[in-house]
Write a protein that binds this ligand. Structure first.
Ligand code: PRX
Length: 655
């Protein structure tokens, strides 16, 4: 870590302001202070009791089997069905008429789906999937925009025990193909297109492209009609959802699966190689999803209107749009569009319209709203809000305070929730109504969770010290492995510190013992709360015929937390490459957008003559990061040729 960054962190964790919840909030809070003691006294009994938030077809007798660590088995001899838990049981208990989804579309139209209607929709889709040949255990890829059908598709898969692999709709055809191939998906569920910033963007062509050159496991493509208009049609392979739905029965018996049956695979970037397919299973995952959602968001099913702005393409959209909220019979908003379409007050307009009471979003979104100005949210009545959440990256105290004052009217507790695709559910967060919150810190492990900050040798640090974040006890929603690569699972997470899960994040304990997250300590970048690996983007760049070598770093960015900065060395032998620098840069940026997806496009890209390397040929990314962040370049003594770095620094300065 550079000295400047270390000082910034030092200043940050000196934060002493705390905000206690109001007595009214405390009186009505869902979470009880005794949860901490209960979990401390008997952790397994605590999780057993959390599992009673679910309806089990066959009750489990064993809570945790950790004999084959790090491969955990939770509640293993119990059986259940996730869709039944998220939908049917609410209908059976007389809440069929409660709104489950308040859909807001980008063009200003809306729709409401009650729990009874969701039950019918997912039953129909489960029947259609079965007709298309999907069996329990088969994988289904889902490539959809943020529309209710995305949740229906996930729940329909869960209903038949077919693990889904949701691929973010902003990912490219190549990214989709590699995920389809890795999981050997049998069916893809997609849409004709999506509405984005007033435009209709096609989606299905990416599926066609992905399947034209691979993805041989795919037999059928189920297509949701969203934007209308013409689409290329592959007879025999493609099926319209609205047509299949007409003939499908709304009766469907859920498939009861064992608690350790895989529920989904979700790909996430690692430090090396292709994105890894993180495996989550049924009983433990849903237990922790439901328990954390209920307690962290203080959920009162009959009165709350909840809104998590995440896309289902990311883990937040899995756990805190679909599974947690629906297991808890929550009424929630699902919004198709972007925050600034058709105007910058769109989110707050939705909060006012639906009287949203619990709002969960990301620091990048908050910082963007700050940039747009507080007069925009001021135009809307946000008095329905009772609690605000943040996830994806550290929220700086300034943004935290703005969120609290401007959006939360100085009355809403803020829960800064730390977790990962791998953890499946929230691990570190204040509990509203109990914890006095502190701007910028995720603070304390939730009851039942063992988290610590350790030094290089794996020893817990003292208060006031920094180190690495680890999880020292198995938890129900933990990943069960990496799809098809159990060794990589052990190597990535369990080899750094004996017996501890290494999260990949740096952290610090302040004088009160509260935990501060300091960002990734590996080559994973965090762009707007989304994980991207430097390697992934480097390989995309070198796959372009003009590029001989490239190095990518995540540089601090005021709005998006980090931004992608790339340095490329061109291939001398390529006569076709343009000589104009701007043209080169634009082409290479667009190339990354096409290869991976627009979120991976380098914000800045520099053409350089050489990359800074050590004598043994290792690229010194640390120095490139210094330059990208406008700092004096650090120690260059290990470079084979120190003048290389000077040339790069000059190039960046002149940009
Ligand atoms: O670096 C941490 C950061 O996001 C990483 C996990 O990314 P992903 O698997 O994509 O999941 C994001 C949503 C759960 C973590 O390793 N991160 C997530 N939440 C926080 C955070 N960093 C600081 N504070 C947070 N609240």
């Amino acid at each position: 870590m550079s000295d400047d960054a270390a000082t910034a962190i030092e200043n940050l964790s000196q934060e002493t302001r705390t905000f206690s919840p109001s007595s009214e909030f405390v009186q009505n809070a869902v979470a009880r202070p005794s949860l901490y003691q209960e979990a401390e006294r008997d952790r397994l009994a605590f999780w057993r009791s959390a599992a009673s938030l679910l309806s089990w077809k066959t009750p489990f007798t064993e809570t945790l089997d950790w004999t084959d660590a790090p491969f955990a088995r939770w509640f293993a001899d119990g059986t259940l069905n996730v869709a039944y838990n998220c939908v049917d049981r609410h209908v059976e208990s007389g809440h069929g008429d409660q709104a489950a989804i308040l859909a807001e579309y980008e063009d200003g139209t809306d729709a409401t789906y009650t729990y009874a209607q969701v039950k019918d929709e997912i039953s129909r889709m489960a029947n259609v999937l079965t007709d298309l040949g999907v069996k329990t255990g088969d994988r289904v890829a889902i490539y959809l925009p943020m529309i209710p059908e995305a949740a229906f598709a996930m729940l329909a898969c869960a209903r038949i025990g077919a693990p889904h692999s949701v691929v973010f709709g902003g990912f490219s055809a190549d990214a989709l193909r590699s995920r389809i191939e890795d999981a050997e998906a049998r069916v893809v569920i997609t849409a004709d297109g999506q509405n984005r910033r007033g435009k209709q963007l096609p989606l299905k062509p990416a599926v066609d492209e992905a399947l034209a050159t691979g993805g041989d496991s795919v037999e059928k493509v189920l297509v949701v009609r969203r934007t209308g208009g013409d689409v290329e049609w592959n007879e025999g392979r493609d099926v319209w959802w609205h047509e299949a739905r007409e003939d499908a029965s709304a009766e469907h018996e859920p498939v009861w699966v064992e608690a350790e049956h895989p529920l989904f695979i979700l790909y996430t970037s690692g430090t090396t190689g292709n994105p890894k397919g993180i495996i989550h299973t049924t009983g433990g995952y849903l237990t922790q999803a439901a328990y954390t959602h209920r307690n962290v968001f203080d959920i009162k099913p009959s009165t709350d209107v909840y809104w998590c702005t995440a896309d289902v393409g990311w883990v937040t959209g899995h756990t805190y749009v679909v599974y947690g909220p629906m297991a808890n019979r929550t009424t929630q908003v699902i919004y198709e569009g972007t925050p600034d379409s058709p105007h910058q007050g769109r989110w707050w307009e939705i909060v006012e319209k639906h009287k949203v009471s619990k709002f969960y979003s990301s620091p990048t979104a908050i910082r963007t709203a700050m940039k747009w100005g507080e007069d925009i949210p001021a135009k809307y009545d946000l008095s329905s809000l009772k609690l605000l959440g943040s996830v994806g990256e550290a929220i700086n105290p300034e943004a935290w305070m703005w969120y609290r004052r401007v959006i939360g009217g100085d009355r809403c507790p803020i829960v800064d929730t730390w977790w990962q695709t791998e953890t499946g559910a929230i691990m570190i967060s204040p509990l509203p109504g109990i914890t006095a919150t502190k701007p910028g810190s995720a603070q304390v492990p939730l009851p039942g969770i063992g988290a610590d900050v350790v030094d290089e040798s794996g020893k817990p640090v003292e208060n006031g010290e920094g180190g690495y974040l680890v999880l020292d006890k198995p938890w129900p929603a933990m990943l069960r492995g990496i799809w098809g690569d159990p060794e990589r699972f052990k190597e990535t997470y369990w080899s750094r510190f004996e017996g501890l899960y290494f999260a990949g994040d740096g952290a610090k304990r302040d004088e009160d013992g509260d935990i501060w997250l300091l960002g990734r300590v590996d080559d994973v970048m965090n762009i707007s709360g989304h994980r991207l690996s430097t390697m992934e983007i480097e390989s995309a760049l070198v796959s372009h015929e003009w590029v001989a070598e490239s190095a990518v770093v995540g540089a601090a960015d005021e709005t998006t937390g980090q931004a992608v900065v790339a340095y490329c060395v061109l291939n001398n032998s390529n006569a076709d490459s343009p000589t104009d620098n701007d043209e080169l840069v634009q082409e290479l940026r667009a190339w990354v957008g096409k290869e991976i997806g627009p979120i991976a496009k380098p914000k800045r890209l520099f053409i350089v003559n050489e990359l800074p390397k050590t004598r043994s040929g290792k690229i010194m990314r640390r120095l490139l990061k210094d330059t990208a962040e406008g700092r004096q370049v650090g120690d260059t003594s290990t470079l084979a040729d120190a003048s290389v770095m000077q040339a790069i620094a000059d190039e960046v300065k002149n940009d």
